[in-house]
Design a protein around this ligand. Sequence first.
Ligand code: ATP
Ligand code: MG
Length: 243
Amino acid sequence: MPSGARTVHLSKVYGSGNMAVRALDEVSVEFPAGRFTAIMGPSGAGKSTLMHCVAGLEGATSGKVYVGDQELGVLSDRRLTRLRRERIGFVFQAFNLLPTLTARDNITLPMTLAGTAPDQEWFTTVVRVLHLGERLSHRPSELSGGQQQRVALARALVTRPQIVFADEPTGNLDSRTGAEVLDLLRGAVDDLGQTVAMVTHDPVAAGHADAVVFLADGRIVDIMQAPTPDRVLDRMRGLGDQS
Ligand SMILES: Nc1ncnc2c1ncn2[C@@H]1O[C@H](COP(=O)(O)OP(=O)(O)OP(=O)(O)O)[C@@H](O)[C@H]1O
Ligand SMILES: [Mg+2]
């Protein structure tokens, strides 16, 4: 089952010379197994970059990334692609569902691409937990925003990834649906033992996590355990985040 992820002195520089942007500067952070970690910080702080590097979507400039015990930097492209497919789940703000596929086929898409069959029992569990049983034959256009978000989450969970990354998963949703998605992420951690890392600008959303990692200018400036929305808001004000 999930074993978390971590970085050791991870730096990411985009461009070179005068144009170089140090998006991440020696970041050492852990996303512990079976825990829900939120990532916060001002726009441009490096939150998405951190997620992309830990998820193996972008290479590090220096430092190391581990998913479970596996260091990503030593993998060939082919093995990295396989690890991403089999051990990492993503939920992006724009759900990235394929419009011509039913909910069922969207959920099992990672496995279709990998040429493997879904574990039927696990598929049924994920669909039940996410209340999608009645919606499996619908196409995305026939689903509400919250239902589409749940299909995207099911797709991220169905491969039993070691870690799920969600980049502002509630950013586009009305507050009720957003709360539903946060409850589902929380439930995936509590009931399914999932490891979750979520970028958010919303102190209420961060209040659902077990810990909040605060980034500013590519560095970790604080880690808060057992966050509450009020404490998160105070800390964000301290960082000058107006968002
Ligand atoms: N592909 C890229 N090429 C060059 N610079 C980049 C690239 N991606 C990100 N950056 C820069 O790296 C820094 C961190 O960007 P990142 O997207 O990680 O910020 P963020 O914390 O996710 O911000 P937001 O809250 O606005 O999404 C920014 O200065 C950004 O301009
Ligand atoms: Mg971002």
